[in-house]
Design a protein around this ligand. Structure first.
Ligand code: FAD
Length: 437
């Protein structure tokens, strides 16, 4: 069982999983003297070498939850490199040469690869792309020695037999741990989710979204050489038939992050990340225009990431267990907001637990969290899948006017959320539940 002599709260928590969710939650809870242990399946904390874009909502959440987390983000974040593009989320272009008419135009005066319009960021707050591994390293610095236990892969949860109402975590190595309550931050293949929703429940398991992605990093110097400065140094989104490609700068503008998406009906491989050949990757974008062909041609590691997502579920909490982050609402990445939602979750959860004075209160915190976070996070899962279809000419076909109109209202509800108001609402639910007892 976790012990921490400075703990002031009369309960201890298990956080399962030390990704962006688990770490942002743990750092904020530790600031409030909550006794906790992180159980991580891997032998150490680690993130993949790729970029992740965090929007204004995530920036504001980090600023409010912990100076440590916000500083880590500010240290790592990179925005568009041109002042004139400072407020642009992405510059939208057609990338697919098949969209052009016989004279090469996709719209009056616009050819394949030309700028069509910018999607303007709203909502203030810090935002930008971070190199995942660097951001995680910065976060890990704020997790004191001994708080995390590694090589602890959760396989099951059971009620304690000692009548305490505690949960017992069972790990793949045969060991167990008992805690007053558990927060499952164990990602898209969450075992906490399987326990909470039931293994037979289809909602417990992720399904293939119909999209897959290649991820790559290109040194900025090389990117500028092949694409020109404006395209390389600022965020771009190239639209096409059943695929799209996006880029954004990371690592203080030294690197261009690339994600190239394509479609297929099903995913049979047990593994969700598989290596293919450069030829196959290039064949996927063979009919696209100059920019996209050049970017794909410069990508070195042709790994395919199958994009899975969770079906809707009724609840994120049961008894002394709650799901948070991807474990609760794994989404496709098409609105660049999955990790941002995880951080928002951590902000709300940590502040609710801060109010708790007993383990019964922790359960109330879980229920209040579920009530305020469920609709918003489920909406992200649905709209994100639609966004993929929009970019891939599957929602309005290749009608660029309708696509532009749809972009205008697509992201505001994500970026402009009043998180303080949501927290007030959550606390109100928490305290009214407290009053009922
Ligand atoms: P994870 O990052 O999956 O972490 C889960 C942790 O739990 C891991 O450390 C894992 O080892 C551990 N774990 C797993 N199972 C167990 C177990 N049984 N026992 C113990 N530990 C366990 N989001 C954005 O906001 N912006 C983007 O630009 C963006 N781009 C993306 C691009 C792609 C291609 C993909 C696939 C996703 C993208 N996302 C993006 C989404 C984002 O990556 C996720 O929402 C976020 O990383 C989830 O964090 P998490 O901590 O909840 O889960």
């Amino acid at each position: 069982m976790a012990t921490n002599s400075s703990a002031k709260k009369p309960f201890n928590l298990a956080i399962v999983g030390g990704g962006i969710s688990g770490l942002t939650l743990a750092i904020t809870l530790l600031q409030n003297d909550v006794d906790l242990t992180i159980y991580e399946a891997a032998p150490h904390f680690g993130e993949i070498g790729a970029g992740v874009a965090l929007g204004p909502n995530a920036g504001r959440a980090m600023e409010m939850m912990s100076p440590k987390i916000y500083d880590a983000f500010m240290k790592c974040k990179t925005g568009n490199q041109w002042d004139s593009k400072h407020n642009s989320w992405f510059t939208i272009r057609v990338g697919d040469a098949r969209r052009a008419d016989k004279n090469g135009f996709v719209r009056a005066g616009k050819k394949v690869g030309d700028e069509l319009f910018d999607v303007q960021l709203t909502g203030g707050g810090g935002r930008g792309g971070v190199y995942r591994a660097q951001f995680l390293d910065e976060l890990v610095k704020h997790v004191p020695e001994g708080v995390a236990k590694f090589d602890k892969r959760l396989v099951d949860l059971k009620d304690a037999e000692d009548g305490s109402g505690d949960m017992v975590l069972h790990f793949a190595d045969g060991s167990t741990a008992q805690h007053n309550a558990v927060i499952g931050c164990d990602g898209i293949k969450s075992k906490a989710r399987t326990w909470l929703l039931g293994n037979e429940n289809p909602a417990a398991h992720a399904f293939f979204s119909g999209k897959y992605a290649y991820r790559g990093l290109i040194p900025m110097e090389e990117a500028v050489e092949i694409l020109g400065e404006e395209v390389a140094k600022n965020s771009q989104l190239f639209l096409g038939y059943h695929g799209h490609l996006l880029t954004f700068p990371i690592q203080q503008g030294k690197t261009m992050n690339v994600v190239a998406f394509n479609s297929r009906k099903s995913w049979e491989d047990e593994k969700w990340v598989v290596t293919t050949s450069k030829e196959e990757m290039r064949a996927d974008f063979a009919e696209w225009g100059g920019h996209v062909e050049k970017i794909v041609g410069a990508m070195q590691k042709p790994d395919i990431w199958a994009l899975f997502m969770h079906p809707p579920c009724d609840t994120y909490t049961k008894g002394r267990v709650c799901l948070l982050g991807d474990a609760a609402h794994a989404t496709t990445p098409h609105q660049g907001a999955g990790a941002g939602m995880c951080i928002e979750d951590s902000f709300i959860m940590a502040n609710l637990i801060k109010e708790a004075k007993s383990v019964e209160d922790v359960q109330k915190a879980f229920r209040a969290f579920n009530q305020v976070r469920h609709a918003r996070t489920q909406k992200l899962v649905t709209t994100s899948q639609q966004a993929g279809q929009l970019y891939d000419f599957e929602l309005y076909g290749d009608d660029l006017d309708k696509i532009e109109e749809n972009f205008r209202d697509r992201m505001g509800w994500i970026w402009n959320i009043d998180l303080e108001e949501q927290l007030r609402e959550a606390k109100k639910i928490f305290h009214s539940e407290t009053a009922k007892i």
